[in-house]
Design a protein around this ligand. Sequence first.
Ligand code: BJW
Ligand code: ZN
Length: 243
Amino acid sequence: MEKGINELKKVIIRAKRVTVLTGAGISAESGVPTFRGSGGLWRNYEVTDVATPQAFARDPKLIWEFYNWRRDLISKVTFNAGHKALVELEKHVNDFTLITQNVDGLHRQAGSKRLLEIHGNLWEVRCTKCGVVTMDRSKNMGQLPTCTACGGILRPNVIWFGESLNPDMIHKAIEASQNCEFMLIVGTSGIVQPAASLAFQAKAKGALIAEINIEQTPQSGHMDFVLTGPAGEILPMLVEDFN
Ligand code: BJW
Ligand code: ZN
């Protein structure tokens, strides 16, 4: 691992166009549970049971219970050394984009600016009737929150399975992936599309790609660098020579 890290540090210190893609693993050391792994995500539910428009249509109170649990949990945690290291990287690189699949808001809380939250934000709600989007940082939105403007049922403003990503957002993410010279993939299982394809789009355009994860993923074999370990330990090592 040591040799890999030192070579990677040389790539990063020289790179002018860098794109980073993060997933749930970067927030794991803050205490935010990841989606996949032993035990399921919440109670006995898998993410595919609670993060679909069909599940919300069937039982919106249950889905709000899940999101209220997430809101409460995330309100009690803070960003970690991994999030902070990416803020340092952003300061060092001319052309930098951070694409995150996470909805927890911890990258912004840490100070990241050039950020694309491609799966939305847990702290925003959207009216299912009039479409208005509002920020609401309540830890508990109640059983079935409604829109103050039209009375419609509110939903979390996040992207569920089967839903399209915001076209402008995914366009920018693809552009940042295709135009970078180096892409860093942190803490994602690399199975949810279209995010999972971004690393391959970068590589197809000639970028070097690197993965930081505590375990191997289906994408590991395609990486130019694989650094195995916690993001909160490895990311600070990558930026420790910046002044
Ligand atoms: C650590 C660590 C530490 C732990 N340090 N690492 C093409 C082919 C097949 C299917 C599709 C396709 N295109 C679209 C689909 C369907 C679907 C899809 O991808 N399904 C797959 C399951 C196959 N995609 C969609 O529906 C997307 N929409 C779309 O493409 O629209 C057009 C379309 C629709 C339908 C058909 C075709 C086209 C939308 C996807 C939305 C995903 N939404 C969620 C919920 C968001 C809201 C919320 O948070 O509540 O997003 S699901 C969930 O998964 C969440 C995550 O952002 C996402 C990715 O998960 P992530 O981040 O990778 O987390 P984990 O838990 O999986 O992995 C954590 C990793 O961290 C692990 O590897 C650990 O080892 C590691 N780790 N601790 C470093 N300390
Ligand atoms: Zn409304």
